[in-house]
Design a protein around this ligand. Sequence first.
Ligand SMILES: [Zn+2]
Ligand SMILES: [Zn+2]
Length: 263
Amino acid sequence: MRLVDSHAHLDMPEFDADRPDVVRRAFAAGVAAILCPADLTRPESFPAIAGLAAEFPTVLAAAGVHAHQAKDFSPSHLSRLGELAANGSIRAVGEIGLDRHYDFSPAAAQAEALRAQLAFAARAGLPVILHSRLSGPDIVAAVDGERFGRGGILHCFTEDWATAEAMLDRGFHISFSGILTFPKAGALREVAAKVPLDRLLVETDSPYLAPVPYRGSGRRNEPAFVVETARVLAGIRGLPLEELAAATTRNFAALFPFEKAPA
Ligand SMILES: [Zn+2]
Ligand SMILES: [Zn+2]
């Protein structure tokens, strides 16, 4: 069985002590690739991901300024994105987006950081990793506002079906995290049942949101645990786990080719 973790914050201090071991453990558990979004507002973030990407060719890097840090967004971050895109260091811009749940940055700052980075990604020809919390219609409007057509991932999906449908129409993939395994996530599981199989992805959002059965133990989430979300998603879809794993891995590879064709 081969899985992909489409979203893991392996730059976070929670992984400082054992970052390469976390990746090796994921590979041993059947994870073929991991997409890691670095946070450009923390100087130590991108180097941590770049180090992993250099050591492990199927650890893929992305970079951006998150909705939470949007109040600190500046033109310098666009210059940095420009450098990283020019030298091929990033496969996507993200994560970027809107978050009305935590509201760590003012709404206007979130909207401007999202707009500017969508415009950058369009110019650079890169997909985006979008974060949306209680912001579905505004995320759709932002994508439309920039006429952003390159697609990407709406990650850690928690919005309603109308948002899923709108983003699918705009070419996006929908990624589900460990939240899908939580007892109270019935409405989310109903959405997950309806997303076309060729647009589904799974992720951990490590170190956050450990899936059941790791949840609640205060345990750090890590990419090896993505199988638990895949298992629940397979159940929802009425598919064998192996088939669901193969489909999500194929979907990810279509978006981010991570293996060279055999010579
Ligand atoms: Zn997020
Ligand atoms: Zn994230």
